[in-house]
Design a protein around this ligand. Structure first.
Ligand SMILES: C[S@@+](CC[C@H](N)C(=O)[O-])C[C@H]1O[C@@H](n2cnc3c(N)ncnc32)[C@H](O)[C@@H]1O
Length: 442
């Protein structure tokens, strides 16, 4: 616990208070809420929680409106409906201490584009919860054995461990017990996963319903999550891996498992931060995919490039290997993924000063709310597009057809009637396609 520091200036904390920044960080239930901007992070996750509740309500309403003539379909949909209600209750129980549940208008978030990238939704990694704590030990044990074998002979005894992007906490739990760690910190940005991890570390049971991607039989299965509590120090922290709340040179091992491929930062920046957290000679253990579906060519690193970047950051590469492993294989789903997973172990360079990492997508006028927002080309284009879209939307009154609307556009001298017809039809086609895609994703 002594290792915890302010995620803004990395000075040590006294009872979660940073005297340099005059901020007292909070513990929500047992969960450490250690974000550089703790209030914003709470509002942000409250929004995401509400988005998730709205999605569940939408699915519920859709199920209610089902008027299939087949009794089997009606029976299945009825089960799904009550499972959705159940799921809402389960979420609110697990997240109860986090005060995330005040309702806010969903339309507002959508309009303000606070609807987050998929990998940051409350539900984005919910299958990890079931893989970690429900589906059996095969997948988890395979990874635990592989990583402990890789670390063997390199890691000191009773190490202090930090897992970044630790998900629902199983690997942190397995390494903590398998390496007989002195202290382990499991940090993730997603409060649902952090809350589940925290409960499991303490041996508390939770109920959570699984909705398999491609159901083998039932479409909703209610599970009880429970495991024996862990002895010694193991803690769940909600925060940003790019500003992990530790002062320099505190940890013997930092694990990033399936993180570098989803992180909104360059690998060099992440490694500069990781190396500052490690004691001299400490270890960085990377496991998972190196790059995954990135549209940015500079981020689609090969394993050789991964080693090159680590070496450039001063790390000494100890081991690198590929293994074909089952991945997120639910016994309740027809979908069974297998991945060729990369593992890299490297030793940290000499000590560095801790500094936070700037997320690649966050320019200074977003990070600092007092900096003027620039009127760049993208915003100018967005402004014009939004004005046209608002004008067309304003014409929809439940009575006018596309042809009627095109007449209005021509009367307003905005476009000749033929162009206007085509433009309105294209606009509405896109909206309809987005709506259908959203419903499918649902
Ligand atoms: C693919 S999951 C991997 C989870 C777990 N490590 C495992 O091996 O199964 C990626 C995790 O990284 C977390 N994550 C993504 N960006 C993060 C960030 N900036 N800080 C902390 N966690 C982050 C996500 O919430 C998610 O739990």
């Amino acid at each position: 616990m002594q290792a915890l520091a302010c995620p803004l200036c990395f000075s040590s904390l006294t009872e979660l208070r940073c005297s340099s920044c005059a901020i007292t960080y909070s513990q929500l239930g047992d969960l450490f809420w250690l974000w550089p901007d703790p209030v914003n992070a709470l509002l942000d996750w409250r929004n995401r929680y509400n988005m998730e509740l709205a999605r569940i309500d939408r699915d519920f309403a859709r199920a209610q409106a089902t008027d299939s003539t087949f009794t089997t379909t009606r029976a299945r949909v009825a089960v799904e409906q009550s499972a959705l209600e159940q799921y809402k209750t389960e979420l609110s129980k697990i997240l109860g201490n986090l005060n995330l549940s005040e309702p806010l208008a969903v339309e507002l978030h959508t309009a303000l584009k606070t609807q987050l990238p998929d990998h940051h939704g409350l539900n984005s990694y919910n299958r990890n919860i079931f893989r970690d704590w429900v589906w059996g030990t095969e997948e988890n044990e395979a990874v635990q054995q592989l990583l402990i074998a890789t670390l063997s002979g390199h890691v000191k005894s009773a190490p202090d461990i930090l897992t970044l992007g630790s998900g629902a906490g199983r690997l942190a739990y397995d390494l903590h017990t398998g390496l007989n760690a002195r202290c382990t910190y499991a940090l993730d940005s997603n409060p649902l996963l952090c809350a589940v991890a925290g409960r499991m570390f303490k041996g508390e049971s939770s109920s959570l319903t699984e909705f398999p991607i491609a159901p083998l039989g039932a479409t909703a299965i209610q599970h009880t999550l429970q495991t024996p509590p862990v002895r010694n120090d193991i803690h769940s922290i909600c925060g940003n891996a790019l500003a992990a709340p530790f002062s320099a040179n505190q940890l013997d091992l930092v694990l990033t498992s399936w993180l570098v491929d989803v992180l909104d930062a360059s690998l060099s920046d992440l490694l500069a931060h990781v190396s500052s957290l490690l004691k001299p000679g400490g270890l960085w253990l990377m496991h998972g995919s190196v790059s995954f579906e990135s549209s940015d060519p500079s981020l689609r690193l090969s394993t050789a490039e991964l080693a090159e970047v680590a070496t450039e950051e001063g790390f000494e590469i100890i081991a690198q290997r590929d293994d074909e492993l089952p991945y997120l294989q639910s016994p309740y789903s027809r979908q069974k993924r297998t991945e060729v997973v990369h593992t890299l172990l490297a030793r940290a360079p000499s000590p560095r000063t801790t500094r936070p990492v700037q997320a690649t997508w966050m320019p200074n006028w977003l990070a600092d709310i007092s900096v003027p927002v620039p009127m760049n080309d993208e915003f100018q284009e967005q402004l014009t597009t939004t004005r046209i879209a608002t004008f067309i939307m304003g014409l929809i009154d439940g009575k006018k057809s596309i042809a009627d609307m095109a007449v209005v556009l021509e009367e307003q001298r905005l476009m000749p009637i033929l162009d206007a017809t085509e433009a309105i039809r294209n606009f509405l086609t896109t909206m309809q396609a987005e709506r259908t895609a959203q419903q499918r994703k649902g």
